[in-house]
Ligand binder design. Structure first.
Ligand SMILES: Cc1cc2nc3c(=O)[nH]c(=O)nc-3n(C[C@H](O)[C@H](O)[C@H](O)COP(=O)(O)O)c2cc1C
Length: 266
């Protein structure tokens, strides 16, 4: 457990207390981006979904849907549109996690009651539900020996994904989850130190020295947006890549797409 904690942070921030051994699989999790060709049996897929559905849900509204995309042609089409993530087609399954405001709109309509919650708050609730379901699916997959990688890039191709998966108004993609048997395991990616993320009673900005120390613990990574900010042949530290990434607007059309798809953000 000490080793798992050290790997999670890149240093040992505290000694794990007695009885924390059960958290080892959680601390040891990492994304999988290389998959074998072996299928995921239906029974295991159903167990992953049962794990996902074990997540808490805001007011028990369960405002999400999961589309299991097994068909190679659909996964290949999405992978081709994205261009940089061929493993989406190589994994035997792509689960599409969607916020789903439609199901309960229909429930309400059948009950003859108006829906007074077409709002940004509902959008956040559905997004939180779908994100929690995705997180639980990730851990369910790991527990079964499967590997997975979330894919926010499905939102770079909202019309395509909407059409391929027949997403009706009120159902929006949050992220894909490529799922399959790992052909290789990534290294554990060290996280920000606990004192940067955990605040006592009141929010506090991170000490820049703590961020610099974190940068030094992380290996240099592929530079983000080299076409905008230059090549950086030695790679980029975490905070440099954060700054690079946030300097370019990501998916600026999302709000308009949602508005045209039955999701008001008022
Ligand atoms: C919501 C979400 C969307 C993500 N989208 C992508 C993606 O589109 N492509 C990708 O390669 N990884 C994606 N990831 C994986 C992250 O890059 C990965 O979790 C992060 O680099 C940390 O690595 P680790 O999960 O192994 O600790 C996503 C993760 C999350 C939570």
């Amino acid at each position: 457990m000490t080793e798992a904690l050290r790997a999670r942070y890149g240093f040992l921030p505290f000694a794990p207390p007695e009885g924390s051994e059960a958290l080892r699989p959680l601390l040891d999790r990492r994304v999988t981006r290389r998959f074998t060709a072996q299928e995921v049996p239906d029974g295991l897929l159903r167990m992953v979904v049962a794990g996902a559905q074990s997540a808490p849900s805001k007011s028990d509204l369960q405002q999400y849907s999961i589309i299991a995309i097994r068909g190679h042609a659909t996964r290949a089409r999405i992978a081709q549109a994205i261009g940089t993530m061929p493993w989406i087609a190589e994994a035997p399954v792509l689960l599409l996690f969607c916020g789903d405001l439609r199901r309960n709109r229909l429930v309400g309509a059948r009950a003859g009651l108006p829906n007074a919650n077409d709002s940004v708050d509902s959008f956040i609730n559905a997004t939180a539900d779908a994100a929690l379901a995705l997180g639980f699916a990730v851990m369910a997959a790991e527990a079964l020996g499967l590997g997975s990688c979330p894919v926010s890039y499905v939102r770079n191709h909202l019309d395509l994904v909407r059409d391929l998966c027949a997403l009706p108004a009120g159902v929006f993609p949050l992220a894909g989850l490529a799922l399959g048997w790992p052909a290789a395991r990534n290294e554990v990616s060290a996280r920000l130190p606990p004192e940067v993320v955990l605040h006592a009673e009141r929010h506090a900005d991170a000490d820049p020295a703590a961020i610099a120390a974190y940068d030094a613990r992380r290996p240099p990574a592929k530079p983000r947006y080299p076409e905008v900010h230059g090549a950086a042949p030695g790679g980029c530290r975490w905070s440099e890549n954060v700054a690079r990434q946030l300097s370019v607007p990501e998916r600026p059309g999302t709000r308009d797409w949602l508005a045209g798809h039955g999701i008001a953000l008022g």
